[in-house]
Design a protein around this ligand. Structure first.
Ligand code: NAD
Length: 494
């Protein structure tokens, strides 16, 4: 079945600009799964006008925090009640295996619920320790209209890291989902309206980054941009936002190290390594795409990793047993295969498994890549340094804790790193000295709604989730109230 959508503006399905559509074919089966409106600046302007009016004059920012929370709690319930619809959309559009998609939808509901629970908890401060006649207040107020741009790899989950927190704070929002995977964002907005969100508070405009995204980042009535995507587009967003001096938060790419020390529980570390690089075909910003192994256990570890890799089931993402689904698109597959091809012919890496594209079954496309591992990857080489965003693991070896940490830190990125160890000192060294916004010890690709998520260096700035993720959608205003006389600084002649 092909679903066809318009933009979602003012709680209504609308088209303002071109009637052209984006056809989304399932990357796994090739079926035409959705048609999205190919938006342009006219659509974006209409959505921003709706969000601006809802913020400046509408009920949402003027409701009590409890009233906003009640709508978001209903939305979380509706997300769960519509799990099958949302999951089937993402399986078809994203090519991600069913059990991972179902987990993403549940996580989106959990994030929405957490944001709702924070609505009345995040507040300002009062200072009564100035001079007796003065009291100062630090008000925490919503930023205004939030422009939200999200990628294709976790469409509803990343949306839910941002939108409910923006809304809970009292902001209104305009969202541009990825042109490849817009279905769940449109359904999310429809469910939000059903939950009681007033019109204009959440608007979705579909289309390309170069048309809708650019117009959003340049729009004077958009107060902030919360972006998740590639570092290259992140740089462009910083430049564009300079025009109107917008607040920007950026969740960008990564090249995370997954470090296995000789004293680790190796079975756990093997399972963690599989998850870190092969969950969703390595198309994760936090993918543990560099495996750093301590020399003494490296060969035995790799032997076990190869055994477990061979057990992964590649196939139809709609099959609950499938571990590895399709790549997001043919151009992205070609980009990943380009990295694989160059590494194969270089003398800075040695292929030990995978490396090929495949068609797992007659009814599927050939948009799949075998789980791929390169050993003896030279630090500084392309495969060691660049974000491949595919099921391609680069293995390098080290002798000491210092060497492991230095290798892990020798990247422009700083999103997430993982250490597997049973030694407290090594765990502490990793926690303190790894340069990234997230460090996992004896777990990986882990998180919770109350924990901030985000990176440093080329992985961006700002945080999602946790108190920080809520506060990013707010502004501080310092108010000083004087109940006494004003002290003149110009006492005059007398
Ligand atoms: P992308 O940067 O190409 O696109 C992301 C979004 O930005 C899409 O909606 C796209 O249409 C839009 N966009 C493109 N050009 C734009 C422009 N000039 N102005 C405004 N918007 C524009 O990224 P992608 O290919 O969709 O996703 C993969 C990338 O996202 C990877 O680099 C990955 O690491 C990163 N990512 C990061 C996180 C994180 O939390 N740090 C999470 C997921 C993905």
């Amino acid at each position: 079945m092909t679903r066809q959508y318009r933009h979602f503006i003012d709680n209504d399905w609308q088209i303002h600009g071109s009637a052209d559509v984006i056809e989304r074919h399932s990357p796994a089966t090739g079926e035409l799964t959705a048609k999205f409106a190919l938006g342009d600046a006219t659509d974006l302007n209409a959505a921003v006008a709706a969000a601006r009016a809802a913020f400046d004059h509408g009920p949402w920012p003027r409701m009590t925090a409890q009233e906003r929370a009640a709508v978001l709690f209903r939305l979380a319930d509706l997300i769960e009640a519509n799990l099958e619809l949302l999951a089937s959309i993402e399986i078809a559009e994203v090519g991600k295996p069913r059990r991972f998609v179902e987990a993403d939808v549940r996580t989106a509901a959990a994030f929405t619920r957490h944001a709702a629970s924070m609505a009345a908890q995040v507040h300002g401060e009062a200072y009564n320790n100035l001079v007796p006649q003065k009291t100062a207040m630090v008000l925490r107020q919503p930023v205004g209209v939030a422009g939200i741009i999200v990628p294709w790899n976790f469409p509803i989950e990343i949306l839910a890291k941002k939108v409910p927190f923006a809304l809970a704070s009292g902001c209104t929002a305009v969202v541009k989902p990825s042109e490849l995977t817009s279905g769940s964002a449109l359904e999310f907005a429809r469910l939000a309206a059903e939950a009681g969100l007033p019109k204009g508070v959440l608007n979705i405009v579909t289309g390309t980054g170069s048309a809708v995204g650019e117009a959003m980042t340049l729009h004077p009535d958009v107060n902030m941009i919360s972006f998740t995507g590639s570092s290259a587009v992140g740089q462009r967003i910083i430049r564009n936002s300079a025009e109107t001096i917008k607040r920007v938060t950026l969740e960008l790419g990564g090249k995370s190290a997954n470090i296995v020390f000789g004293d680790a529980n190796l079975e756990d570390a093997v399972e963690g390594t599989l998850k870190a690089i092969f969950a969703f075909q390595g198309q994760c910003c936090v993918a543990g795409s560099r495996l750093l192994l301590q020399h003494d256990i490296a060969d035995a570890f790799l032997a076990r990793l190869l055994e477990r890799t061979a057990e992964l089931r590649i196939g139809d993402p709609d099959d609950a047993r499938t571990d590895i689904g399709s790549m997001i698109s043919v151009p992205h597959l070609q980009k990943v295969m380009g990295y694989v091809g160059r590494a194969r012919t270089s003398n800075s890496a040695r292929l030990i498994v995978g490396g090929d594209q495949l068609r797992p079954a007659e009814n599927l496309t050939d948009n799949f890549i075998l789980p791929t591992i390169f050993d003896d990857v030279t630090p500084g080489s392309e495969l060691f340094a660049e974000e491949v965003f595919g099921p391609v693991l680069a293995v390098s070896r080290f002798e000491t804790v210092d060497e492991a940490i230095n290798l892990a830190n020798s990247t422009t990125y700083g999103l997430a790193n993982t250490a597997w160890t049973s030694d407290l000192h090594t765990a502490m060294a990793a926690s303190h000295r790894l340069n990234s916004g997230l460090v996992w010890v004896n777990t990986t690709l882990d998180g919770a709604p109350q924990l901030p998520f985000g990176g440093i260096k080329a992985s961006g700035f700002g945080r999602e989730l946790g108190n920080a993720g809520f506060e990013d959608f707010t502004e501080l205003k310092t108010v000083i109230l004087n109940a006494g006389r004003f002290d003149s600084v110009f006492p005059g002649a007398a």
